[in-house]
Ligand binder design. Structure first.
Ligand code: GTP
Length: 455
């Protein structure tokens, strides 16, 4: 694949035109390779920031996860797009979108997304590259995901049942099928047969028939043909682009607290949504990765099971759930809601080395008379617990100590300058900066593209 790109539009001032030139120059001075990563349990609103920053970058790349990510973005006319596999840079017509080797790709889903974008006037031809090393996620992976969850019964992981875990399992036990295998249709049926037979032997509820294999092979013959123009050695493309001084923005899916290594295991995803996943999922060197922006909601949410120390239980959580429309983009499931957990956020900042934060959904807190920040975890004997515990039993026993800050009790969704925010809202933002030691450079005050304050 020949990668011919126009230089990133450096003169565009469309982001928050009221922003100070200092903050705009800060966006432009983000490192050549920068990243936007989730720093809670996902759904922080990464998609919006990626979409906004995309015009300052030549490439937007996904490095991990699959269609379990659910980015919601709005174009300049306010049209809503829910993206799952296609990087959020797609609405910016100059941007090349790369789906890296670390991503697991469900082709029917990808084509559906591409069809939806094209039907809405977003051209995808020549603008999306799919790594030849990426693993293919088949429909049967989704069936297996459901069977696994059913088997776990009470200790559900709470997966999106998109087949992500089973696909990564096949990758790790080394019988997975990669995009490059689509170029060898002579051996493809045998490889798929091994995968399906393996699933059938593990799960009695999985009814594998020769007809199923025949049908899936026929489907994939068609998919292979359609995907061919999108397939690329993206490791080469990425490294060549870096050498040519192209600007690259990495779009994280999920978040550090769902990281397979650092998250609240086993209630995690099957990939590395933190900084390390950028290098393994794109094939680029750590030394080229520069600024990483951590996206954090002004409160906390999580979907599915697992400990959640600052959770607001019962109906009180509904206030945030409805004000923040906290229902999954991918599954529609209501999200659990709670106060901002500073201990977890500091842990994420440590692991990822964030250079700045994007505090999203500050507007959702506008009706509250007072707002809490979970600042310390205390053990039963009252001593503070340092860092974030790996032991979930211990985590459940810890008590959260809160700081209570005043609310601002007014609508802030049309404010675009930091200095125009009510004093209590500024105090909230500045207290977060002080506690975690990382500056907040971007503040979300609404879902639309322009509802962003550059601080
Ligand atoms: P995952 O990769 O699945 O974790 O998703 P994400 O982090 O990209 O989150 P998503 O794009 O789904 O954003 C969550 C929701 O918040 C979407 O509906 C956004 O439109 C909305 N949103 C983003 N920023 C803001 C904000 O500042 N205020 C409000 N009210 N909504 C916002």
């Amino acid at each position: 694949v020949v990668c011919s790109l126009k230089p990133a539009a450096s003169s565009s001032l469309s982001v928050a035109e009221s922003a100070t030139s200092e903050s705009l120059s800060r966006i432009r001075s983000l490192s050549q390779v920068s990243g936007v990563l989730g720093s809670q349990w996902g759904d922080e609103g990464k998609g919006k920031l990626v979409d906004i920053l995309a015009e300052h970058f030549d490439i937007v790349a996904r490095c991990q996860g699959g269609a379990n990510a659910g980015h919601t973005i709005y174009n300049s006319e306010g049209k809503k797009f829910a993206l799952h596999l296609v990087p959020s840079g797609i609405l910016n017509e100059e941007t090349l979108c790369v789906i890296g080797n670390g991503v697991v790709v469900h082709l029917p889903g990808l084509f559906k997304e591409i069809d939806g974008l094209e039907a809405n006037g977003v051209s995808c031809k020549g603008r999306i590259l799919v790594s030849d090393r990426a693993h293919l996620l088949f429909d049967f992976h989704q069936v297996v995901d459901g069977l696994r969850e059913a088997e776990l019964a009470k200790s559900l992981i709470g997966t999106t049942r998109r087949g992500i875990g089973p696909c990564y399992s096949n990758k790790m036990i080394r019988n997975g099928i990669r995009v490059s295998d689509l170029r060898h249709m002579d051996t493809f049926p045998q490889k798929l047969d091994i995968l399906l037979a393996d699933a059938a032997s593990r799960f009695p509820g999985f009814n594998y028939t020769p007809e199923m294999l025949r049908e899936e092979v026929e489907n994939y013959k068609r998919f292979a043909e359609r995907l061919e123009p999108f397939i690329a050695d993206t490791v080469h493309v990425m490294n060549e682009s870096i050498a040519q001084k192209k600007r690259i923005l990495v779009e994280g899916g999920q978040a550090t607290m769902l990281d397979i290594d650092f998250g609240t295991y086993p209630f995690v995803t099957s990939s590395s949504p933190s900084a390390g996943g950028i290098c393994t999922g794109l094939g680029i060197a750590p030394r080229v990765v520069g600024d990483l922006i951590g996206v954090v909601k002004a409160y906390t949410t999580r979907v599915g099971s697992g400990p959640f120390p600052t959770e607001i239980l019962g109906q009180r959580g509904d206030i945030l759930r409805f004000a923040g429309q906290e229902f999954g983009t991918t599954t529609g499931r209501p999200r659990r809601c709670g106060w901002l957990d500073i201990v977890a956020l500091k842990f994420c900042c440590q692991i990822n080395g964030f250079s700045s934060l994007n505090l999203t959904k500050l507007d959702v807190l506008s009706d509250l008379p007072e707002i809490r920040l979970g600042v310390t975890y205390k053990q039963v004997d009252g001593t503070p617990f340092q860092s974030y515990p790996s032991d979930l039993r211990l985590l459940e026993q810890l008590k959260v100590e809160y700081e209570v800050l005043p609310g601002w009790k007014c609508d802030i969704s049309s404010i675009r300058n930091y200095s125009d925010l009510p004093k209590a809202a500024q105090q909230y933002v500045e207290r977060i900066e002080e506690l975690v030691g990382v500056p907040v450079h971007y503040i979300g005050v609404g879902p639309s593209r322009d509802a962003l304050i550059l601080k």
